[in-house]
Write a protein that binds this ligand. Structure first.
Ligand code: NAD
Ligand code: MN
Length: 492
């Protein structure tokens, strides 16, 4: 097992444009922090509108007809992604350590994130030369075929909760399909995006194909999402920001768009479920990454017959969960990302209490350095309470009660979100009926929060549209062209 490195030398802090590291044109920087001890790690260059313009133009030039990138075989693109995976394999401990330092997430979780990232690059690398169209029989003296083509310059705007892997979820398929990209990592967690950019340069990616601009959303992010040379925007973040980005993508030049947004995912536990295993799955689903997880099971509906027993098990899981130094291998949870996020979570907990939910355990900040919050369980939660409606994005489990299957389906689906859902039952009819009628882009049976690089992931309704991961992710980064040729018989 790779061990954590606490004495990191942070090498990459500038903007990555045209395979070169450069400071911003106006010299501006912003600090990035370790949330677990609130200490500044380093300054990072902040991209101005001019820098964004430079990066997009570099990507646009790299996408030009007959450029090295456009002339490269698809298998060549796949090999570069494979080499990036190999490089990251070598740097696993270092990358995971930087991710932990910059996000406060446990080192062992960060190692898993690096492994997932590597899997994503290998998977999409292997798909690069497997894109294909159809030959189509058409009426008249014509022959038609379809051909997937890269879209062009893609703007990739990232969140802070899984900085390493969500970078790959977008960059992997975008490059496999032959696009060029400009990435804007979250202002809260830019460091591992920059490390990955360095790995791409080392792997032999032609200049301009991948660019990274650090900065804040309303400035750097907006400059990118509105740039006229950008052809596609892929965004992961909150629904509120996603709506703004959708408006931006319609201004100026019309841009293709995928949105991976928030969730309020329901999990339903029936009396015939394996209760112990369901309780553990539901616990992990809401507590992993300190609840800063878009598909967290934030509403657990438990059948009235097993309600009390389930709550007891949920509380035991929460009380046993170790929260502490993210570099300590015993810590299951580390720090939340920021003071703002911690305050938001604590405010939701206060709201839960005030609106009459029963606080069974947790509910407090831990210590006064770093943004650690106790694993928290509420029982007696009802649909009208704020904690049952809004995305908390923290380690707060809400347990609701149900009796009737039709009623619980309506309650699960009665939300603007639709990212994920789950059901725990040993009855196959129950399982299938629920899985088919829950409105969630991903629906789990007797498990929760299982995301693989082979399966498409993405929301319904207010959780966004478009898929990441799996073969479907490739479609998001292609335009399908129809080519029709007249077939003439010269002898007639
Ligand atoms: P956020 O919406 O605040 O920010 C996401 C990104 O958008 C950041 O890079 C930010 O700088 C940028 N941004 C902010 N304002 C912008 C603007 N006006 N124009 C352009 N870009 C702008 O989200 P966050 O706080 O980073 O992440 C938490 C949210 O993300 C949660 O709601 C969570 O559910 C969601 N999320 C969803 C998924 C998913 O796959 N569905 C994954 C992770 C996080
Ligand atoms: Mn935010």
């Amino acid at each position: 097992m790779t061990s954590p490195n606490r004495n990191l030398n942070i090498e990459f802090t500038k903007l990555f444009i045209n395979n070169e590291w450069s400071p911003s044109t106006d010299g501006k920087v912003f600090p990035t922090f370790n949330p677990a001890n609130e200490e500044k790690i380093c300054d990072v260059s902040e991209a101005s509108q001019d820098d964004v313009d430079k990066a997009v133009k570099a990507a646009d030039t790299a996408f030009k007809r007959n450029s090295p990138w456009r002339s490269m075989d698809a298998s060549g693109r796949g090999k570069i992604l494979g080499r990036v995976a190999d490089i990251m394999e070598q740097q696993k401990g270092e990358l995971a350590s930087i991710e932990t330092l910059n996000t406060g997430k446990p080192y062992l979780d960060a190692v898993q994130d690096v492994e997932f990232t590597i899997d994503v690059y290998r998977y999409h690398g292997c798909l690069a030369d497997k894109l294909s169209g159809k030959t189509i029989q058409v009426d008249g003296p014509y022959f038609s075929y379809t051909r997937p083509e890269p879209v062009g310059v893609c703007a990739l705007i990232l969140p802070w909760n899984y900085p390493l892997s969500i970078f790959a979820w977008k960059v992997g398929p975008a490059l496999a399909c032959g696009n060029t990209v400009v990435v804007k990592p979250s202002e809260l967690s830019p460091l591992t995006a920059l490390c990955q950019a360095a790995a791409f340069a080392e792997a032999g990616l032609p200049a301009g194909v991948l660019n990274v601009v650090n900065g804040y959303g309303p400035t750097t992010g907006a400059a990118l999402a509105t740039h006229p040379l950008v052809r596609k925007v892929a965004f992961t973040g909150s629904t509120a920001t996603g709506k703004k980005v959708m408006t931006m993508a319609a201004e100026g030049t019309l841009k293709k768009l995928t949105l991976e947004l928030g969730g309020k995912s329901p999990l339903v536990v029936f009396p015939d479920a394996n209760l112990e295993s369901a309780a553990i799955s539901c616990h992990n689903s809401i507590m992993i990454n300190s609840g800063q997880n878009c598909c967290a099971g934030s509403r657990v509906f438990v059948h009235t017959d097993i309600y009390d027993e389930f709550v007891e098990k949920a509380v035991a899981c929460a009380q046993n969960r170790v929260v502490g130094d993210p570099f300590d291998s015993l810590s299951a949870n580390g720090s939340l990302i920021s003071e703002m996020q911690m305050k938001k979570v604590l405010a939701y907990i206060e709201k839960g209490k005030a609106e009459g939910a029963k606080l069974k355990c947790g509910g407090e900040r831990i210590g006064d350095k770093g943004f650690f919050v106790q694993p928290t369980v509420f029982s007696g939660v009802t649909d009208d309470m704020t904690i049952a409606k809004e995305e908390i994005f923290g380690p707060v489990q809400s347990i609701l009660k149900f009796t009737d299957i039709e009623d619980v389906l309506d309650r699960c689906n009665n939300t603007d979100y639709g990212l994920a859902a789950g059901v725990f039952t040993s009855d196959v009819n129950n399982a299938t009926y629920m899985a088919h009628n829950l409105k969630g882009g991903t629906t789990w049976v007797n498990c929760a929060d299982i995301i693989t690089h082979q399966t498409p992931f993405g929301g319904f309704k207010g959780s966004g549209f478009g898929k990441e991961l799996g073969e479907d992710a490739m479609k998001e980064y292609c335009d399908m062209k129809t080519i029709t040729i007249q077939v003439i018989n010269k002898n007639s």
